[in-house]
Design a protein around this ligand. Structure first.
Ligand SMILES: Nc1ncnc2c1ncn2[C@@H]1O[C@H](COP(=O)(O)OP(=O)(O)OP(=O)(O)O)[C@@H](O)[C@H]1O
Length: 265
């Protein structure tokens, strides 16, 4: 697990250009994510937030530039950083096993109980016997406040609970880094607030680094201590840093306006 005092970055993004064919989504993205950051990817609709997440989790290759992962997140490596997209497929897979992902939909299998959903990655990536896997699945559910819900199906629980169950599944393999795509989308304000509290607890208790795509202002300020702002118009980042500082001190009006829902001068 990452050392809280470490000044090394958990992930470094260097001169990243993202494109679909000839269509450039964002260019020249350079920023660092530190261990135990709750790092927010923010910006208006269509600016490229989900696309950036895809670059981090191995679903989309950079048009230009690099994504570097701190090597302590991968066993047996000597060098400081691993250039994700230049490394061998097997190394990328090993690295991705250190990462948990919560997709926007929660992406639980509807035909499986919550416990079975969480057991799935454990069965695939560990040699643990069935009994231990089910025990671990219960522990992960308890971690997100869903103890006793092992035998429920996703359709039998609320949207907020489904998000928490998705989070439990993302936590199954004890990741160093968690990627969350719009975790509070579709939740009522109270459920969204509870999810924010849970995200903070996970960072504090498990020590993981979180990278969160969201445009919910309340969440951005409550959980985020670092961020990048992607601008759809100029197709590049306008700012990186603590959103609570950027709202007051960003040199870019676009950033201040976004963070004040249009009020920033
Ligand atoms: N598979 C794809 N092929 C081509 N273009 C795509 C693809 N996926 C996304 N895009 C385009 O790339 C741009 C960025 O999309 P992306 O979904 O990353 O934005 P976003 O910031 O996550 O948006 P939102 O906040 O609305 O979810 C958009 O113009 C989108 O239309």
């Amino acid at each position: 697990m990452a050392d809280k005092q470490s000044s090394k970055s958990a992930i470094k993004t260097e001169q990243l250009t993202m494109a679909y064919g000839d269509y450039v989504v964002q260019k020249n993205l350079t920023f660092d994510i530190k261990p135990q950051d709750i790092f927010i990817i923010m910006g208006s609709s269509g600016c490229g937030k989900s696309t950036l997440l895809k670059h981090f989790i191995g679903l989309k290759e950079p048009a230009e530039g690099r994504i570097l992962y701190q090597s302590s997140t991968v066993a047996g490596r000597q060098s400081d950083y691993i250039d994700f997209w230049q490394s061998e497929e097997s190394q990328r897979q090993q690295l991705m096993q250190r990462c948990g992902v919560l997709y926007q939909s929660g992406a639980l299998w509807s035909s499986m109980t919550l416990a079975e959903n969480i057991a799935l990655p454990l069965g695939e990536y560990t040699d643990l016997p069935e009994r231990d896997i089910m025990h671990l699945a219960s522990l992960k559910l308890a971690l997100v406040g869903l103890n006793g819900f092992e035998d429920y199906y996703p359709a039998e629980i609320s949207g907020g609970m489904r998000k928490r169950a998705g989070l439990a599944r993302a936590l199954a393999l004890e990741p160093d880094i968690l990627f969350l795509d719009e975790p509070s989308a579709g939740l009522d304000p109270i459920s969204a607030r509870l999810l924010d509290d849970l995200i903070l607890q996970l960072r504090d208790n498990l020590g993981c680094t979180l990278v969160v795509v969201t445009h919910e202002l309340a969440s951005i300020f409550t959980i985020g201590n670092n961020s990048v702002f992607l601008d759809a118009e100029t197709k590049t980042m306008l700012a990186t840093g603590d959103p609570n500082e950027l709202v007051k001190h960003s040199e870019h009006e676009t950033v201040r306006k976004f963070l004040t829902r249009g009020d920033g001068e």
